[in-house]
Design a protein. Structure first.
Lengths: 176, 195
């Protein structure tokens, strides 16, 4: 584990060193190249800013208005039938929406149910196997100005739901 | 996205009236704008850094060696990408960054991949199948070790923080495969509907 962690930490520095060395040997004006690449970032961020703002406003207001808690309660019945810890609903609902909020919910689950509880384990796997879907979609599509998304959003939502069910099943089978 | 945004905003306003949480609602939208600015500024920095690095990769010709190397893997999934296209490299680098849990590098490289895929796209306002495939794989988030989660577990004194690693890998791989299958099913249904 420590070794894998170390290798992961090594990747970026080594990659940058390799790139710069290779460019230098090939007699590229690496500094000028870097600057001209970095310049494009301003344009990209200006493009994606409104998308990020829109998604943040929608998600934050959804949480603060109590609508999120309402949806959470809706699901508690289903969860009871399948013998899944209640706490899992919160993490399953928040993870596709917000990275920082899901981290807060996850820490809260550790504190309230214990660090080795089933709820914590399921939440941990959901944290690691799901992505902040709406943020990714907003940023990636926004950066190139895509407006028509065809069937992409339903595919992502459906895949998120199935992904969470898979996470619950895998934990129940392997660790439950 | 239009429908989702509409639903989120309208239900939020209705709920905040019903629950008498109007003050929280107003505060939260201003918090959100502040957070959006912070995140964007943060992104500006890391995107600039990685676009600078990838520009060196392009200018030095390293990109051709990398794309030749990764082409066999990527072309199995992305059949329509021509060989030597820069998107092969940016897609691979993004997936690798995700795989090793390097979130800060993944987003800029992902944006680069989308920009590269856009050059192959015929209708610039409509998402292409390759883009959808890339995004679907991305949102399934294939990751080797979930460092943040493992770190939190051990910080709170878990007996075996690593026990979740294998389940996470299994869950994430299965859900990525399911997501790709879903995409193909939707594509099939969508095109059938058109005819």
């Amino acid at each position: 584990m420590k070794l894998i962690n170390y290798i992961s930490q090594l990747i970026i520095p080594v990659f940058i060193l390799f790139t710069v060395l290779y460019g230098f040997i090939k007699k590229v004006r690496i500094y000028d190249s870097f600057i001209s690449g970095a310049k494009q970032a301003i344009e990209i961020v200006l493009k994606i800013f409104p998308y990020i703002l829109a998604i943040f406003v929608a998600i934050k207001s959804f949480q603060s208005s109590g609508a999120f808690d309402f949806v959470k309660n809706l699901f508690s019945g289903i969860v009871k039938i399948f013998d899944i810890p209640q706490e899992v609903i919160a993490i399953a609902l928040i993870k596709p929406l917000s990275g920082s909020a899901s981290l807060a919910v996850f820490t809260d689950i550790i504190k309230t149910t214990g660090v080795d509880s089933l709820a914590t384990k399921i939440s941990a796997v959901i944290m690691g196997s799901a992505e902040t879907t709406f943020y990714v979609l907003a940023v990636y599509l926004g950066s190139i100005g895509i407006k028509k998304t065809k069937y992409l959003v339903p595919v992502c939502i459906l895949s998120d739901i199935i992904g969470i069910i898979i996470a619950i099943l895998v934990v129940k089978i392997l660790l439950g | 996205m239009n429908i989702i945004w509409f639903i989120l905003i309208t239900t939020s306003v209705i709920f905040s009236i019903v629950n008498n949480k109007l003050e929280d609602f107003t505060k939260s939208i201003f918090d959100a704008t502040k957070q959006a600015v912070e995140v964007s500024l943060f992104l500006l920095g890391i995107i600039a850094l990685w676009l600078g690095i990838t520009k060196i990769i392009e200018d030095s010709g390293l990109i051709y060696h990398l794309s030749k190397f990764f082409k066999p893997i990527i072309s199995k999934l992305f059949k329509k990408i021509p060989k030597d296209h820069p998107s092969i490299v940016s897609i691979t680098l993004n997936l690798l960054a995700n795989f090793f849990g390097l979130g800060n590098a993944a987003t800029p490289l992902g944006i680069k991949a989308m920009t590269d895929l856009q050059t192959l796209n015929e209708d610039k306002e409509t998402v292409s199948f390759e883009m959808m495939l890339f995004l679907v794989i991305n949102t399934a988030s294939i990751q080797l070790i979930p460092f943040t989660v493992v770190g939190l577990l051990s910080q709170y004194g878990s007996k075996s923080p690593n026990s979740i690693v294998l389940p996470t890998i299994i869950a994430t791989v299965i859900s990525a495969i399911v997501a790709v299958i879903n995409l193909h099913i939707f594509k099939f249904l969508f095109e059938k509907n058109k005819k």
